[in-house]
Design a protein around this ligand. Structure first.
Ligand SMILES: Cc1ncc(COP(=O)(O)O)c(C=O)c1O
Length: 419
């Protein structure tokens, strides 16, 4: 019989296999210093474009103060136990009520982590007779939630309403046989390429098909919509989203998440979300910190205005210089270039070492072979000077990519990788 670990010794997995070339630099890099537009990487100052601190709250003095005070008052343990048992407090309730009001829903419920919470919410919303129809480019937390589902599921082509409708037809036929219902899942903003989910078009299909809509708005919350309530507000369909999800890990610059819906639905989820029923409650320090951050989202519209000033400067500057930024409709700013993985590595190294620019790099298999995606996250803490320096650097690296410099630099690596 085989040793269970035999496969692990042999194959480190699609990402793990790059570890010896990539770890510490391209993956698991250590960014140091206070979270802001400029941080340190391997002792060098870099302009940071890879942190989802959209509104620049992570290091805001008022946020730092309240976080420190809450830690001094409550420590990091309180309250102990799951919400249902011994981990419930007035402030948890207050935060839920304020979040619900902010996203225009009747009620909300806190989640310890967005990822687990999403998995668990998908799980709790469906029974084996129900059918899930979800966007094929969904975040891993949606896919993992769907994996728990014992019944049928269909994917629709990314943001493709015709494909959604086709799958709704199939799902409707199937649901008529099983006696179940249909859950459609989309993201408010797709975090890799920045397109908004076509929520308005999805919602319009409710006239023809009977389904409920669950939206993961991790990147829309705080950044989109007049009040910052997210992609549903931006597209004028917040009321038609049956279950709304957002995390604190982006605009709120913290940890935790929430779902919001009609009161009866939240009352049900409260008693059926396994990730919350069987896990310790969100600690008070984070609850107090989230109340403060939410208050800032409500009362400081300049945070979102500053964010968009930077987003617009960066995206229009890139377009003016002829860069392909795809079809983004949000702050997420992808830059698509053509090249192999070794070329992408040489390019990113040049950006970091010689231009002081730190952004994330995405390559095959996440995107098609031969494409390099530099993913940039503008924030309210960036300056127009940061944008200018970055645009200059991007023009310089494109020249070197096109004149074959990176191909030459990476020749040895390419040989090793059989490119
Ligand atoms: C679309 C999306 N959903 C869910 C999550 C998970 O949230 P959390 O970091 O709170 O676990 C993320 C990443 O943070 C995300 O990008």
């Amino acid at each position: 019989m085989k040793d269970l670990f035999a496969k692990i010794y042999k194959d480190k997995g699609p990402l793990g296999k790059w570890a010896s070339q990539a770890e510490g630099y391209f993956v698991f890099p250590k960014l140091e210093g206070e979270i802001s537009n400029r941080m340190k990487f391997q002792g060098k100052d870099v302009i940071t474009w890879s942190i989802n601190d959209y509104l620049g709250l992570a290091n805001h003095p008022e946020v730092r103060k309240i976080d420190a005070e809450a830690a001094a008052t409550y420590g990091s343990a309180y309250p102990m136990g799951a919400r249902m048992m011994s981990g419930h407090t007035d402030l948890h309730e207050q935060l839920q009520n304020e979040l619900a009001a902010f996203v225009n829903k009747e009620a909300a419920y806190l989640l310890n982590f967005g990822y687990q919470g999403m998995v668990s919410t998908v799980d709790a919303l469906v029974s084996k007779d129900d059918i899930i129809v979800y966007d094929v480019d969904s975040h891993a937390c949606i896919i993992d939630g769907v994996r728990l589902h014992m019944g049928k599921r269909f994917t629709f082509k990314h943001n493709d309403i015709e494909s959604l409708e086709k799958n709704l037809e199939r799902a409707t036929k199937m649901a008529e046989q099983t006696g179940g219902g249909i859950l459609v899942i989309s993201e408010g903003v797709f975090g890799m390429r920045g397109e908004q989910g076509k929520l308005k078009e999805i919602v319009a299909l409710k006239k023809k098909y009977n389904f409920r809509l669950f939206v993961d708005d991790a990147h829309g919350f705080g950044t989109l919509g007049k009040t910052g309530a997210g992609a549903g507000e931006e597209q004028g369909v917040q009321d038609e989203i049956d279950v709304y999800f957002a995390t604190f890990a982006k605009s709120m610059a913290s940890t935790g998440a929430f779902i919001a819906a009609d009161k009866e639905i939240i009352d049900y989820l409260k008693y059926n979300l396994r990730s919350q029923m069987f896990a310790k409650s969100l600690q008070m320090q984070l609850v107090v910190g989230a109340l403060k951050r939410l208050d800032m989202l409500r009362t400081m519209p300049e945070l979102k205005e500053n964010l968009w000033k930077i987003v617009n400067a960066l995206q229009s500057g890139l377009k003016e210089r002829g860069f392909d930024i795809g079809t983004t409709q949000s702050c997420v700013t992808p830059v698509y270039l053509k090249g192999s993985i070794p070329e992408a590595m040489a390019l990113v190294k040049d950006l970091r070492e010689n231009h002081g620019i730190f952004c994330s790099i995405v390559v095959y298999p996440v995107i098609p072979k031969g494409l390099i995606l530099l993913r940039m996250i503008p924030t309210a803490s960036h300056t127009l000077q940061d944008v200018e320096e970055t645009l200059e650097a991007f023009s310089a690296i494109r020249t070197r990519l096109e004149d074959g410099t990176y191909k030459r630099v990476s020749a040895k690596l390419m040989e090793m990788m059989g490119e």
